[in-house]
Every structure is written in C-alpha cells, then in structure tokens.
Design a protein around this ligand. Structure first.
Ligand code: ADP
Ligand code: MG
Length: 661
C-alpha cells in the first residue's frame, strides 16, 4: 500500500503533525474518524427569532473593518448579503480572516442573531456557501498546526488513492456497501441516513474483526491439546471438601466441577471465576489447588496486595492441616534470605502451593512443575502481567478470579476468550448489608450507630480516601479521622490506622490485630478494598463517599456482611447523594456495575491498564452492544464454517491476532 507521505499535499511538516496524533499510515488516516458532526442547516433571517442561533450563507458586501482592543483582542465587522436579506456580521478575534473576506466572497456565518440591531455575532465563519439546504460537517481531533480543514483534505486525498479491497464477506452476507464508499460517506456525509448506514457498516466490521480474533483464540485453545492432563482422584478430593467447616453452595460446587473438568482435560484451562464480593471464591480456589496437588503439580495463587496474600495464606494453612501439602508465602517485603528459601523449594518441588503478590511472576521464580496458576481479583493485574504468568511453567492451567461484576458488554470483550464460571448464590445465612447515605451534619447519629456495634463487641471499618492533606483539597484525611474517632471512642476502644504508604509488614501487623479483634476500629484508605475477610466487622463508615465510583463502594462494602450478623454501611457525603442512593437500594454487584458504567464509563471500572484493550476506532462497546452481539455470533459462525478454511480472508483476520492477546 502507498505510504502516508505519498498522499498529495502531505509534506514533511504535516507528516510529523499527523504522526504526532497517532496517524502513521494511510489506513490510520482514512480511519481517523470524526468525533462529532456539526450540522449546518441553512437558516432564514425572517424566520429566526431574536437571540437565536443561525447558520446562513451569502456574500461579503463591505470591506471588513477591524477594531483592535487592549490585550490583543480584536473585532471585525462587515455587511453580509443573504437570500433572506442584508445583515451585519461581527466576529471577535479572527483578524486573520480579514484577507479571506474580500467583497463578493461566499461564506457561511454561524452565530447568534440580534434582531433589533440586525447583526449576527458570529462564533465561526466558514469559507464557501452551503451547496444544499443542510451540510453535515465532520469535526476531527486536531493538533496545533493541523486544522480540521487540513485533515479533511488529506483524508479525501488518501481515499482517492486508498486501493485496499475490503473483505467481500461483509458485502455478500449483508449487502453492505464497499468499505471505500462507507469511508467516503463517513468523511463527507451527504445525508444523515447515509451517514448512519455507513457508520453501522464500519462499526460492524471493526467489531466483527475483534470478536473473530477473540473467538479464534478461544477455539484454538480448546482444540489444540496442549494443556497438562491431570488425573485427579475424586475420592481424595471429596475427603478434602468434607473437612471444610461449611457446606459449599450449589454455585461453588458447580464451579469446582467445571474447574476439575478443565484440569482433567488435555486442553489448557483458561477460565474466569466470577462472583460478587463475599460470594466465596477463595475456597473454590483452594479446592482447585488441592485437586492440582492430587495429580502431582504445584499451584500458585497470586493476589494484588500483600495483605490479601498473607490472609489467603493463613486461611490455606488452616485448611491444609492434616494433609501433607507444604504451602509457602512469597511477598516483596520478605528478606532476601527468606525469598531464596522459597525459590529453592519451588525449584526442587518441596513447596507444592505458593501464595504471593506479583513477586510470583518475577524472573527468578522457577517452578519444578507448575500445573495451576490462579490470580485473585484479576482485573487489578495488567494484561502484560497476565501474559507473563501464562508463560511460567510448561503450560499451567489458568484460573482468574474477579469480584468486579463486569457489565455484559465488557465481559464479552475483555474476557471473551475465556470460559466463565459464575457464583451467584451467597453462602447461607448472609443478610443483605443495610446501607445509609448521611450528610456530614449527621455525624453524631453516625457515631451513635458505631457505638451500638462496638458495644456488641463488633468491629468497624472507617474509610478515608486520602492519606495526607493535599493543598488542593479539604478532604477528610485518615489522620484527622483518627483524632475525631479518638475523641469519641478513644477511652474505651482501640483504634488503628492502615494506609498505602505504610510498609507491608506494618500493614500486616495491624490487619492481624484487627482480624483477632485486638483493634476495634480500623481507619483505612482503600487499601482494604480487596479481599480481606474479618467476619466480626459489621459496620463500615465511608467518608467523602462521593469520591468513589459505585463499584468501588460496593467492593468496599463487601468487607462487611461476611458473617451471619446483620451488617451496615454508612456513606457520608454532602454532594452527589442521588448517585449514592443507588447503594441504599441494591446489594447486587451486577446492577451496581451497570449503573456505574452508565454514569462513569469503563475507564473507572478497570483503571487505565485495561481500558486500552478495548479501544475501538469507530465502535463504542457500550452503545453498539447489539452490533457487538451480532458480530460475535456471525464471526463465530464464520470461524467454524467450512468456507473459512478456504477463504482468503482468513489471513486478514488472523494477521493481527497478537494485538488482542
Ligand atoms: P470473595 O468471593 O469475596 O473472595 P471469600 O472467598 O473471601 O469471598 O468468602 C467470604 C467469606 O465467606 C469467607 O469468610 C468464607 O470463609 C465464607 N464462605 C465461603 N463460602 C462459604 C459457604 N459455602 N458457607 C459459608 N461461608 C462461606
Ligand atoms: Mg476474594
């Protein structure tokens, strides 16, 4: 294909500017889609009311007079003849237009009409008249030195030379227009109907290609028998399950069954275990690790924080009592010597189960025969970390666990290549967490609610969003909160702080005290957000709750309500209470994530790391969900059809498959 610099009009300077905004090839250029369209509909002086917006074309009738003011500001006035009469035009700070506005020049003026003065105060003046009653004008992301007009010109030049044939598949199956035509329309829309049609066609192709890749990965994974084949003694596994101090829920049972089946199969497991916070994913992970152990392999469980890794480790040790399994913990804060010992054990196979943070995937860690890798709260890991983990060991089976109830759309895209087990049912006896939104003025009431819990020997979490006072905000800080809490409860109850800037060892120490009920009130930043499990904690108070997304609040709230006692969560905020009230109404993580998603978009749900996985040029997974579903179905049908094997298109879809991995 031709190069970008071969497009007529693109010189070295504009090439650099195009590169700067991420346009590196002709294909990038023609798919640099407008982010908005301005609709210029020709108005009429007589039919436009005073103060109304108007778009009108005509000819410059008088030499524009330029007035200059202090501070470099200026204003230009000229007379303007239109089909519906003569009108004055004023425009601020466009002195540079003067040379273009010779008498007799045809232009389009966009602005506000002052009927009494018979003047339009223009917001913009575009060269040329409207050829039709209405013009749909694409608006592009530009950069200084590269105008909308420049971009439009280059794109149209490129379209003239852009010869690549699009896959016929779409044309045949859907009688779609050819891609070049669609691109032409999107960049130069003749009518809204045509624009819509062309947009859908391009969106569909983009989503089809994406879903095709996802489906391809999944199929390939299922078909090639490159996984480890486990042989799990189910009696021994049942014996282990029988020793667990509670009965598994139906969903937990089902998940265990699915995982064991994957382990036993020759294909490599690539499964997501999804369950709302508190649904009991950890035990499923531990059972899976035991099953993996029964067939002679090592297991690794990776958690996002040291606190969580440590806690998992203690629970696992408890569960392994009476078995021959040797389990170990590996975290970044351990001494070199301690780490070496663990590395040795992993290498020689004397350690069969390991729990840790991302330290587990660092280069030095070698395994004797890693058979199963589990990542907890998997959405916190970046894609690269995920990939790193997959490459450890020969071909370990992989289980991802996530509490983030992902809206269906995103589940399809980020997790589209995985099999999914879902835990919906909560452990028996759980009561929904009562949630209240309170204002700062109601703090006394909040304190007395806390007191009620403390009196019953229950524990309370208090959450503050920031560690230190930052100059720009007056947010409540942990330290400040501690003073407040001390004043209210210090004489009777033990209060401690945990925050992100503490060393891991210090955090662990405090968390341990809290889990042993030696600390009654734990003040914390969101470091406790994921995973920790202290069933005796029955209340959570979140200050500045408006600072958090609903999904984060739901995760936080999930720290309470873990025992059989009724728990509550108090959200303190003076603003944004409408949004927060959603939390009062439901305990369903899925519903909350859908709401959050509607309100904040995906960036906040996943952090920047993963939103990059889902950037489409023209499609929007949220709005184009229906197209996505169709594309998913179609691409799957196509992938599994006989025609695919012979198709020249195969190449087209598979070439960039590494992109989505
Ligand atoms: P999450 O899915 O959020 O990771 P956990 O695995 O931490 O949840 O489980 C939350 C709590 O529920 C833990 O205290 C765990 O021991 C308990 N639990 C898990 N499964 C059951 C069950 N089937 N019956 C009773 N309690 C359970
Ligand atoms: Mg968990």
């Amino acid at each position: 294909m031709a190069k970008l610099e071969e497009v007529k009009g693109v010189g070295p300077k504009s090439l650099a500017l195009l590169n700067k905004i991420g346009i590196l090839s002709i294909e990038d250029l023609v798919t640099h889609y407008p982010f908005r369209y301005d609709i210029l509909k020709r108005g009429n002086l007589g039919e436009t009311d005073d103060g109304e917006h108007i778009v009108i074309d005509g000819k410059v009738e008088s030499i524009p007079i330029l007035l200059r003011f202090k501070g470099g500001l200026n204003k230009m006035n000229f007379r303007f003849v239109t089909n519906s009469g003569v009108v004055g035009v004023s425009i601020f700070n466009r002195a540079f237009l003067k040379t273009h506005l010779a008498v007799g020049t045809g232009v389009t003026v966009i602005g506000k009409l002052d009927k009494k003065k018979n003047v339009i105060t223009a917001a913009d003046i575009k060269m040329g008249v409207l050829t039709n009653q209405q013009k749909i004008e694409p608006v592009y992301h530009c950069t200084s030195g590269l105008t909308n007009k420049n971009l439009s010109t280059y794109i149209n030049m490129a379209l003239l030379t852009y010869g690549r044939e699009i896959p016929n598949y779409f044309q045949e199956k859907y009688q779609f227009s050819n891609k070049k035509t669609a691109l032409n329309i999107v960049h130069n829309p003749p009518t809204m109907e045509k624009l819509k049609e062309a947009t859908i066609r391009l969106k569909y192709e983009e989503l089809f290609a994406f879903m095709f890749k996802i489906n391809y990965l999944k199929e390939r994974n299922h078909k090639n028998h490159l996984g480890l084949s486990h042989e799990i003694d189910s009696d021994k596994l049942e014996e282990f399950i029988a020793k667990i101090p509670f009965e598994l829920t139906k969903d937990q049972r089902k998940a265990v069954g699915e995982i064991v089946k994957d382990l036993n199969s020759k294909s490599r497991m690539n499964r997501l275990l999804q369950g709302d916070v508190g649904s009991g994913k950890t035990i499923v992970a531990f059972i899976s690790m035991y099953a993996n152990y029964l067939s002679g392999y090592q297991s690794a469980l990776m958690a996002p924080t040291e606190i969580l890794a440590t806690q998992h480790f203690h629970h696992l040790e408890e569960l392994l009592k009476g078995t021959k399994v040797n389990a170990a913990l590996l975290t970044g804060s351990m001494s070199k010597k301690e780490k070496e010992k663990v590395y040795d054990g992993l290498r020689d196979g004397s350690i069969q189960m390991i729990i840790g943070t991302h330290a587990l995937i660092q280069e030095e860690v070698e395994y004797q025969n890693l058979g199963l890798v589990i990542t907890d709260e998997q959405h916190r890991f970046g894609v690269n970390q995920r990939a790193n983990l997959q490459n450890k060991g020969k071909r370990p089976d992989i289980l991802y666990m996530s509490a983030t109830p992902i809206p269906r759309t995103y589940a399809l895209t980020i997790y589209g290549d995985m099999d999914v087990s879902i835990i919906k049912e909560r452990p028996k006896g759980r009561k929904p967490i009562k949630t209240y939104v309170k204002s700062n003025a109601e703090i006394k009431e909040v304190l007395s609610m806390m007191y009620e819990e403390l009196k019953n020997n229950h524990q309370v979490y208090v959450i503050a969003p920031l560690i230190e006072e930052s100059e720009s905000s007056d947010l409540t800080t942990v330290v400040e909160l501690k003073d407040k809490m001390n004043l209210a409860f210090g004489s009777k109850y033990k209060i401690d702080i945990v925050h992100g800037k503490m060393t891991a060892a210090a955090k662990d120490c405090i968390m341990k005290d809290f889990s042993e009920n030696k600390v009654n009130i734990l003040i914390s930043t969101t470091v406790i957000e994921v995973g920790v499990d202290v069933p005796n904690a029955t209340m959570m108070v979140i200050f500045d709750a408006n600072r958090f997304g609903l999904s984060t609040l739901h995760q936080l709230r999930g720290r309470v309500g873990r025992g059989s006692v009724e728990s509550s969560c108090i959200l303190i905020s003076d603003t944004d209470t409408k949004r927060l009230e959603i939390m009062e109404q439901t305990n369903d993580g899925f519903e909350i994530s859908e709401e959050d998603f509607k309100l904040r978009g995906h960036g906040d749900l996943f952090g920047t790391k993963q939103s990059g996985d889902m950037t489409f040029k023209i499609a929007d997974v949220k709005q184009d969900y229906k197209i996505l579903l169709q594309a998913k179905e179609d691409s799957y049908a196509y992938l599994t059809s006989e025609e695919f094997e012979k198709e020249p298109l195969k190449e087209y879809f598979i070439t960039t498959i590494e992109d989505v991995k």
